[in-house]
Write a protein that binds this ligand. Sequence first.
Ligand code: 5GP
Length: 116
Amino acid sequence: MSEATDTIFSKIIRREIPADIVYEDDLALAFKDVNPQAPVHILVIPKKPLVKLADAESQDHALMGHLLLTVKRVAEQVGLSNGYRVVINNGDDGGQTVSHLHLHILGGRQMKWPPG
Ligand code: 5GP
């Protein structure tokens, strides 16, 4: 299996390990982060096994847009009407720990800037 088909997130997509799934469609899955950093902390991932944002190519144009619109949809669904933060950690210096592209939705409290 490739690097991104053998991660914990691919196992969640395949229902091999449990997750608190809040949204799913043909291209994307959203589920609660197991170690939340805010009252609401949800991860949006593509079903396609992209390792990281830097690996996206022009053929992924529509998928990238779909992921952002999925973030918006899920944020509305869970009631984040006062705002939220969207984070993509990319690669080692970005602090990425799971080698499957994911967008963090963080909300339910005032976010600080700059991030650490
Ligand atoms: P990263 O640091 O790569 O940007 O974010 C990875 C995120 O995945 C972390 O916030 C971590 O808590 C979350 N995570 C890691 N393993 C699991 C898991 O098995 N289930 C869920 N729901 N989240 C996970």
